[in-house]
Ligand binder design. Structure first.
Ligand code: MZP
Length: 499
């Protein structure tokens, strides 16, 4: 057997030691832009992230709703693959068709239409928002607007007639196509509207400007859109049904794919990438993984992966290490793979981004993962706690929780992620079904985490991620100094406040 010289370690065992910060080192000067897919020396990657966060390929994390919310903040979701090809492609399509405030001008809805009619059309067209007017045309009196998940929080039944809901939009004041966003917003405020329909010269309705959209967009320079002003979205695939799943996802508009496997150092991944290259050349971007050492990285890089994902057994819901005794501390795996990525770049001139996947507990773990060489980070538990995750919010002992379960749990039944090919289905679980404390909106939480990352980077004298990787000074910490790092030797007044 081969023995590694050093024990493998987790992020919790490390800290960053500050470096010199110049007066320039201010959070507002920090750029978190980072490559998502491989590129040649001197060239730009075909896809980049504005913030180094992607959401996990999991049922409890990444659906279309999450993807839109995260893209608005500059990251990317990978829509989970443990569902039918049709429903996964429909989720991708909904993200790609999402345009804030867009409504179809030929909806043909009338006051007699039911909420179900509206939702069916919304689903069919993939539009995020539907307008309902009194005579069913854009010229008619505006009765209501149906957006996102409104119907789930309302008490309306599917048979409710549209004329009985959302009648608060009783004024139809239109802006002309070409009116600036600022002018629209002024009209919204002056007329006490929540939304402003924008029409063309023939009075055809083109889109809505929402008060909230405007406010969000104004403060949101990170929003991640490709040339057509559509949100960027990823999707998970597996090493079994790729010949049918990949074409469906590509046709739906997925920008990037990722082979979702708990153990990626395998011929199955090579066969999957080979198939994609044979059929699509380099036009379809596909990440691969997961691996935890240099050998695994090189294998996948040579197979042609567009990025490589790192991590076995470190996920919060993962019991792979207990069940099978395989895995590696996430920090050690990241450090070794980053070194391999740099060597590969030196040798070939091809930079293959790496993604540390799983095991992030505190926000500073994100900064450590980046400093250790990760180009971006995949998170499951973190995103599952937000309003935008697809799971139920429940109250347990007076505290709000969200459900969060592993892809290797009996609940997810994502066996293809764990088996090694062939027909046999795995007979034991590698993940658990759990609760996580509800944390509020994605926007607020991501904003806070990124602010911490930026401030820490400034402490290290770095204004970009590559600069952080070059300048970071990282130290191992002893068990007793970890205790020193928290509040200690004081009696806390309110333990809830501390959390
Ligand atoms: P975390 O952010 O919750 O710590 O970890 C999320 C990651 O755990 C996922 O991106 C995936 O790689 C991994 N995962 C998902 N399901 C399981 C499982 O059931 C798992 N074992 O390990």
């Amino acid at each position: 057997a081969f023995y590694f010289e050093e024990p493998s370690r987790t992020f919790n065992e490390y800290l960053l030691v500050p470096g010199y910060s110049s007066a320039e080192c201010r959070a507002e000067n920090v750029s978190l832009k980072t490559p998502l897919v491989k590129f040649k020396k001197g060239e730009e990657p075909a896809l980049s992230l504005n913030v180094p966060l992607v959401s996990a390929i999991m049922q409890a994390v990444s659906d279309d709703n999450m993807a839109i919310a995260l893209a608005k903040e500059g990251g990317v979701s990978f829509i989970y693959g443990s569902q039918s090809i049709e429903s996964q492609a429909a989720m991708v399509r909904r993200v790609k068709n999402y345009k804030a405030g867009f409504v179809p001008s030929d909806s043909n809805l009338s006051p007699e239409s039911t909420l179900k009619d509206v939702l069916d059309l919304k689903e069919k067209t993939g539009h995020s928002t539907m307008a309902v007017t009194a005579d069913g045309t854009a010229n008619g009196k505006l009765l209501g607007v149906v957006t996102g998940r409104d119907y789930r929080i309302s008490r309306l039944s599917m048979d409710t007639k549209v004329e009985t809901f959302m009648t608060s939009y009783d004024k139809l004041i239109c802006a002309d196509l070409g009116t600036s966003l600022k002018e629209c917003n002024d009209m919204i405020w002056d007329n006490k509207l929540n939304a402003l329909p924008v029409v063309d010269a023939e009075q055809r309705l083109h889109y809505f400007v929402f008060r909230k959209d405007y406010e969000n967009r104004k403060n949101n320079p990170n929003e991640l859109l490709d040339e057509n002003k559509r949100y960027i979205v990823g999707a998970g695939i597996n090493t079994r049904d790729y010949a049918t799943r990949v074409p469906a996802l590509v046709e739906a508009g997925a920008d990037v794919l990722c082979i979702d496997s708990s153990e990626g150092f395998s011929e199955w991944q090579k066969l999957t990438i080979d198939w994609i290259r044979e059929n699509y050349g380099d036009t379809v971007k596909v990440g691969a993984g997961n691996v935890v050492d240099a050998e695994g990285f090189r294998f996948l890089a040579e197979c042609g992966a567009d990025f490589v994902k790192i991590g076995i057994g470190g996920g919060s819901i993962c019991i792979t290490r207990e069940q099978k005794g395989i895995g590696r501390g996430q920090a050690t795996a990241t450090i070794e793979v980053a070194k391999a990525r740099d060597e590969y770049f030196k040798e070939t001139g091809i930079y293959v981004p790496i993604c540390s996947d799983g095991g992030i507990v505190h926000d500073y773990h994100m900064t450590l993962a980046l400093a250790m060489g990760s180009d971006f980070i995949m998170l499951g538990r973190y995103f599952s706690r937000f309003d935008e995750s697809p799971t139920n919010k429940v109250q347990i002992n007076g505290q709000y929780m969200k459900e969060y379960w592993g892809e290797g749990s009996a609940r997810a039944r994502n066996w293809q992620r764990y088996d090694m090919g062939g027909d046999a289905k795995l007979s034991f679980e590698e993940g658990v079904d759990s609760y996580v404390p509800y944390a509020g909106s994605l926007k607020d939480n991501v904003g806070l985490s990124l602010s911490k990352i930026k401030h820490t980077m400034c402490n290290c004298g770095a204004l970009t991620i590559p600069e952080l990787q070059q300048k970071a000074k990282i130290t191992l910490v002893s068990a007793t100094s970890i205790v020193e790092g928290g509040a200690h030797d004081v009696v806390l007044k309110d333990s809830k406040e501390q959390k």
